[in-house]
Design a protein around this ligand. Structure first.
Ligand code: FES
Length: 181
């Protein structure tokens, strides 16, 4: 996700590789967090919740609040003199490892504990030019297109379509002369 597309004030719903995630700004840890978009209580999408006054992600359904580690810090309905039910592992949200690089937020699509530090050990490919203002004016945009990676690569390898399929949008290569005319 390009960082310029993310608003720190609200949680964002994203679907990546078929995985529903919620992306939210954790002002306490000063980093973007990527969680499974499913509240451990009744499975409501956390992306429809809000950031509470303490900077936690709050579920929209019954108000459970989660910190950046996925731990449940507050269950409004739990009696204050009762057991600390919020500390149960069952009350935690799955957290995906993340890293910011090239003005893009990346996440590792596995929340298992052995991958907790994977983003430090296995960084995404770094493209130096994307961080170099002398190289180009950074403009990042995203577009959801309902087809697979293979079709996209085939399209990239086929420059002969550009002057026609992107007519008037991208600078066309010099059109070949039409000898039949
Ligand atoms: S479903 Fe999230 S707090 Fe109940």
């Amino acid at each position: 996700m390009p960082l310029c597309d993310l608003d720190k004030r609200v949680p964002h719903a994203k679907k990546i590789l078929g995985i529903d995630v919620v992306v939210w700004w954790d002002r306490n840890e000063k980093k973007w967090q990527v969680f499974e978009d499913k509240c451990p209580h009744r499975l409501a999408p956390l992306s429809e919740g809000r950031i509470d006054q303490w900077g936690r992600l709050q579920c929209v359904y019954h108000g459970w609040c989660f910190n950046g580690s996925g731990g449940c810090k507050f269950i409004p309905q739990a009696p204050s003199d009762g057991p600390s039910v919020n500390t149960s592992k069952k009350a935690c949200v799955a957290v995906y490892p993340t890293i910011e690089q090239n003005q893009i937020l990346w996440f590792w699509p596995n929340s298992a504990s052995q991958y907790k530090d994977i983003a430090v050990k296995e960084k995404p490919p770094y493209i130096r030019e994307l961080d170099d203002p002398s190289y180009y004016t950074p403009t990042i945009s995203t577009r959801d297109i309902p087809y697979g990676y293979e079709v996209l690569i085939e399209n990239f390898m086929d420059p002969s379509h550009v002057a026609y399929a992107h007519y008037g949008i991208m600078a066309p290569p010099k059109a070949p002369s039409d000898k039949s005319r």
